[in-house]
Design a protein around this ligand. Structure first.
Ligand SMILES: O=P(O)(O)OC[C@H]1O[C@H](OP(=O)(O)OP(=O)(O)O)[C@H](O)[C@@H]1O
Ligand SMILES: O=c1cc[nH]c(=O)[nH]1
Ligand SMILES: [Mg+2]
Length: 208
């Protein structure tokens, strides 16, 4: 998997255009976040380790595979919650570990307010999900928490990334692939992704 990928899938582009539109209501926004996460999840799990197995069909034996070890989906609260549902559609047996971070509006630094990792983090790999990779501070913090908990393989999945956030996350975690729906132009002077979609949490949960 490339270190940074920007989706070229036509459905991702179509759904992102709908998601960005300022008049898209929260109910539709949530559905779009969920289905975008599923499509990007397919791309993000393309190298997931598997082991061979054999299953009995009504006619005989067929070769197959099963996932080689547990997978964790890690939404960064709160905007990552809607993406977790989309990835669970893809991997229903995954564990879900919640990390709560909010970004200080003035300093743009993340503050951790919730952490519900299992006492023993035994996932073979974790898919960290957050719709927005802006300065990269939240993504780096979440990946550090998971690294310190011993998760061997991390992948970061977002809907929209800023070049600044990609540079920061890749600099801090050069072995964490970033799967993005789109890479936008830049950050604004108040740390929003331009053109972006505004505040992903507020738009999902109608708190704007
Ligand atoms: O890359 P960064 O500069 O860290 O910014 C990105 C973060 O900002 C948003 O969360 P926010 O702090 O708005 O919290 P919320 O999910 O509760 O709305 C977003 O969902 C990311 O977590
Ligand atoms: O553009 C941005 C940047 C950070 N968080 C958001 O929700 N949107
Ligand atoms: Mg927010």
């Amino acid at each position: 998997m490339p270190l940074v990928s920007e989706s070229t899938h036509p459905l991702v582009k179509q759904k992102l255009a709908m998601l960005r539109a300022a008049d898209t209501p929260p109910s539709v926004f949530r559905q779009l976040v969920r289905s975008l996460a599923t499509i990007l999840g397919v791309e993000a799990t393309a190298s997931l380790p598997t082991r061979p197995t054999v299953v009995r069909t009504p006619l005989g034996d067929a070769p197959g595979v099963e996932l080689d070890g547990p997978v964790a989906i890690v939404p960064i609260l709160r905007a990552g919650l809607g993406m977790a549902d989309g990835l669970l559609d893809l991997i229903p047996e995954a564990q879900v570990w919640h990390i709560g971070l909010f970004r200080d509006e003035a300093t743009l630094k993340p503050t951790e307010y919730y952490n519900k990792l299992p006492s023993r983090c035994q996932a073979r790999c974790a898919l960290v999900v957050d719709p927005m990779l802006a300065t990269g501070g939240s993504a780096v913090r979440a990946c550090e928490i998971l690294r310190n908990s011993g998760v061997p393989s991390l992948t970061f999945v977002c809907l929209i990334a800023a070049p600044e956030g990609i540079a920061r996350l890749s600099g801090a975690m050069p072995d964490v692939p970033i799967v993005a729906g789109a890479i936008d132009e830049r950050l604004t002077d108040i740390g929003f992704i331009y053109p972006g979609l505004g505040d992903a949490g507020d738009r999902q949960f109608a708190t704007g």
